[in-house]
Design a protein around this ligand. Structure first.
Ligand SMILES: [Zn+2]
Ligand SMILES: [Zn+2]
Length: 898
């Protein structure tokens, strides 16, 4: 939908769309900006231009328009107490990891908290009406601005003021009245300073008018009145109109403090701590001037590089000042901002990785490390985490309990970065020689495949600037998963199947056939569990045919049969395979037990990534940073089995989704989003509570035993745990025992054989002097002594053996000794050595003149399919062709004996 067109339309009828009671009462006048023509409402009759074009833009820097000064924490207290005083419920923030929407990784606005997607429709579910929430929002689209512009953050607190107009809630008049009073009464801003600008909002098929409110050119908030749906002109009013007022808490603090940047008053003691490290005074006149010019530049230029140039020029900064003050300052702001974002994200269970939203987290941590390296800063991240959390816990007490987890994850992740540096350096060096500059897509590929950030490439001078579209493109790529296409089946007009497995769950039942297509069958009711939530389907029998698969399409269960297919209209007898169902059920409850066990053992970042439950095996994939150690596996298994032994009861209750979320938190969405208003909550006492549609045992004792069979890191940040439970687990243990006994016997046998061999070798070694004596005494004829053949022909004494009682040590020592002592002797040993046959040849001083050891070894080795070498007196070789052993022996003999 074209926003401009809607704005034009709405602005032609300001009485209908924009004029609220307050404007009338207070005497606000409607004006059109003399520069951009936009319409705005003001009490200042002299004002001619809209806030963005006005001369007073950002004049609050160094000169705040309020009599009171509130930092970030105090500002929230002011906002909260004002709205609570005026009938609102203050709701705790929702997680920044948006687990209740499968189209978003992170919470990007306060209204997202209350949106639930059902089919293609977005519905609103408010825990109270009206309400106010300090929602931390993560946005990675304009990372290049963070630290530089004074007002961009990768995470910020959106003050969400939300109302549904009914007997409890209110609509436009009261909303604007409240916002006006918040500014004037609570923050002490003069009413003439406040300007409301006419605008519209459109998205997700709906739209409405909005009023943005500004003070001194700073947009503090935007009150959106979501009212219509459809195409402009043909639109209808929504059944459920909603007020979505979002304001930046950081900006509220900034306007009262008048610091050079919003960073200076929103990170508590962090910025001061960092400034002291590098010795910068943040409160100087120069910075006030510079950042005011930056703000003006942002109104005039699209590209950040131009904005910065503009500000440098107008402030009259020298290069020296720029390098000594501004650049380090930008780095410090970046570090403080990115770290705060990581604290929220990791506390809420997200991990830096190379998948999904984890990409963005890894990116910002690498930017922190890169900035520290560039500035040659040695910062203790643990200390900074503590400073942040100590400051934030006033507003967000939940962060306190996960600070150690955050530190651990940051440490592991920083270590990974250091490890990959050598590889990154190599790639970067290669790129330096390239003529063509890198495209944005190439940069994205480099980050995705090698973890190389453009900041790093800039640091190494591979690129001169980071393209302005890089971060927004990366963020778009990793903002949401693409949804799968749904296959179409001929199910139109069929009623939803009655799901008996959620009722008294009979294992035998009768049902009517409503539809047959191919081998598929739809019944009016069924006890066959349909594949879902990682639980595999039931099998069994319908009439005489096997049920081999069961799937749910919308509310309709489709059974796939093998064999005779019943006819439509028939009443059929159905029987569920009970044993299979029981095993799957045990595995499913075990999955829940293991999931909480791993979280207890490993840390708060553990979430179920996915799960699979079959009858004879199951697996649970969890989010975790490293492979599991043996000790961790044992601890997890022990924890799980202690829950089994305690025989805890498993209860299933249905809740209204909003109630369930408020009561148990978002941890219930371990298996993903639940697209229905009523959620089925499966609790194992207070050990584990999950929203789940699967089948479960009544008490954990039924499982009897859980055994982990294998664990594996299957992707960055995800570990797979394969396991078995119940009878299968016992079988597994028995099998392991048997195998254990078998391997123990085998290894004992092996040891014995090895021992015997060693003993024999020792004996033959001891034999060397005796054999030497005996063989030396022989002067003629042919003899065999202890498997060594001795022949004397033409005054050459030839000794040969291929007995396996002799090893290399023997051949070398005996051959050497013999030929040294008897210059006319030749010694040849051919023997097995592992998979090969070895040849060792010695020839004495005299004998070597006619019987060359090297040639003999070479010829024999060639027959064995290998190679040999050496000199006339000593040579060795061998080959792998054991079938040619006899041939090789014959060849060696013939070369000596002729
Ligand atoms: Zn204007
Ligand atoms: Zn489940």
């Amino acid at each position: 939908m074209d926003k401009k067109e809607i704005l034009r339309e709405f602005s032609t009828d300001p009485d209908r769309y924009y004029k609220v009671k307050l404007f009338e009462e207070q005497g606000f006048v409607r004006k059109s900006c003399s520069k951009c023509k936009r319409f705005f409402w003001t009490l200042d009759s002299g004002r001619e231009m809209c806030p963005e074009d006005s001369e007073d833009t950002y004049s609050f820097i160094g000169d705040p328009p309020t009599s009171k000064r509130f930092d970030y924490t105090q500002s929230w207290r002011e906002v909260e107490s004002f709205f609570v005083k005026n009938g609102h419920t203050s709701v705790s923030r929702y997680p920044v990891v948006c687990r209740w929407r499968d189209d978003l990784y992170f919470t990007i606005a306060s209204i997202v908290d209350f949106q639930r997607v059902m089919g293609s429709k977005v519905v609103f579910e408010f825990p109270s009406n009206p309400l106010v929430v300090p929602q931390t929002c993560l946005r990675f689209k304009d990372l290049e601005n963070v630290g530089v512009t004074g007002r961009h953050f990768s995470s910020f607190c959106m003050i969400g003021q939300h109302s549904i107009p009914n007997s409890d809630g209110y609509w436009k008049d009261e909303c604007i009245d409240l916002d006006y009073r918040l500014l004037t009464e609570q923050f002490g801003i003069r009413k003439e300073e406040i300007v409301f600008v006419e605008d519209v909002w459109a998205g997700g098929g709906s739209f409405g008018s909005s009023l943005e409110y500004f003070v001194r050119g700073l947009e503090l908030g935007n009150a959106v009145f979501t009212e219509f749906q459809g195409e402009l002109g043909k639109h209808t009013t929504l059944d459920q109109r909603v007020i979505d007022m979002g304001a930046g808490l950081e900006r509220f603090a900034w306007i009262t403090m008048g610091t050079p940047t919003a960073y200076d008053c929103c990170f508590g003691p962090i910025t001061k701590h960092l400034f002291e490290k590098i010795g910068i005074d943040s409160d100087s006149e120069l910075l006030k001037k510079y950042f005011t010019e930056i703000a003006k530049g942002l109104e005039n230029f699209d590209d950040l590089i131009d904005v910065r140039k503009y500000a440098v020029k107008n402030t009259g900064l020298t290069d020296e000042q720029l390098n000594r003050i501004i650049t380090p300052l930008e780095g410090l702001y970046l570090i403080a901002d990115h770290l705060r974002t990581l604290i929220f994200a990791i506390s809420d269970g997200a991990l830096p990785s190379n998948v999904g939203g984890g990409y963005n987290l890894r990116m910002i941590l690498r930017r922190i490390i890169g900035t520290m390296n560039r500035m040659n800063l040695k910062l203790d991240l643990d200390e900074l985490v503590d400073l942040h959390v100590d400051y934030l816990k006033d507003t967000y007490p939940e962060l306190d309990s996960s600070r150690e987890d955050v530190k651990l994850i940051l440490k592991i992740e920083s270590g990974r970065y250091e490890e990959s540096k050598t590889r990154m350096e190599k790639i970067a060096t290669k790129l330096k020689g390239r003529e063509k500059s890198l495209t944005v897509d190439e940069l994205i590929t480099m980050y995705e495949s090698d973890g190389i950030t453009p900041d790093y490439l800039k640091e190494l001078d591979v690129i001169s600037e980071i393209p302005s579209t890089f971060y927004s493109k990366l963020s778009d790529l990793h903002q949401s998963d693409k949804k799968k296409d749904i296959e179409t089946l001929p199910l139109e007009g069929l009623p939803e199947t009655e799901l008996l497995f959620y009722g008294n769950d009979p294992m035998e039942f009768e049902a009517k056939v409503l539809k047959v297509f191919g081998n598929s069958l739809v019944l009016d009711r069924t006890s066959f569990y349909a594949r879902g939530g990682g639980q595999e389907p039931d099998h069994g029998i319908i009439v005489d045919s096997k049920v081999v698969d069961v799937n749910k399409h919308g509310g309709i269960v489709v059974h796939l049969l093998e064999g005779q297919i019943p006819k439509e209209g028939e009443i059929v007898k159905c029987k569920v395979d009970t044993e299979r169902r029981q095993n799957i059920t045990k595995n499913h409850t075990s999955t829940h037990i293991l999931n909480s066990s791993t979280r207890n053992v490993l840390g708060s970042w553990v979430w179920q990534h996915s799960a699979f439950k079959e009858a004879d095996h199951a697996r649970l994939d969890i989010t975790h940073h490293s492979p599991l150690s043996k000790k961790e596996i044992t601890q997890i298994e022990d924890t799980a089995n202690s829950i089994v032994q305690k025989n805890m009861s498993v209860t299933i209750e249905n809740f209204d989704r909003g109630d369930a979320e408020q009561r148990y938190g978002f941890k219930i969405y371990q298996g993903g989003v639940v697209p229905v208003k009523s959620v089925r909550i499966v609790s194992i006492e207070d050990f584990d509570v999950e929203a789940c549609g699967g089948t479960h045992v009544k008490a954990t004792g039924e499982i009897n035993l859980i055994k982990i069979t294998k664990t594996k890191r299957i992707q960055d940040g995800v570990v797979r745990i394969e396991f078995v439970s119940g009878p299968t687990a016992h079988q597994y243990v028995k099998q392991q025992k048997e195998e254990g006994v078998k391997t123990a016997v085998e290894s004992l046998q092996k040891q014995q054989i090895e021992k015997q061999r060693e003993e024999r070798k020792q004996k033959t070694r001891e034999k060397i002097p005796i054999l030497f004596e005996q063989i030396s005494a022989i002067n003629n004829g042919t003899h065999t002594i202890d498997e060594i053949e001795i022949s004397i022909i033409d005054s050459i004494k030839f000794c040969f053996t291929s007995s396996d009682q002799y090893d290399e040590f023997f051949h070398i020592n005996f051959g050497k000794k013999l030929t040294k002592n008897e210059p006319n002797s030749v010694y040849v040993g051919i023997f097995d050595s592992g998979p090969t046959i070895r040849v060792i040849v010695y020839a004495g001083e005299e004998a070597s003149k006619t019987k060359n050891a090297g040639l003999i070894a070479k010829s024999a080795s060639e027959i064995l399919g290998g190679a040999g070498g050496g000199d006339a007196k000593f040579a060795q070789g061998g080959g792998k062709d054991t079938s040619k052993k006899d041939e090789a022996i014959a060849k060696a003999k013939s070369m000596i004996l002729g």
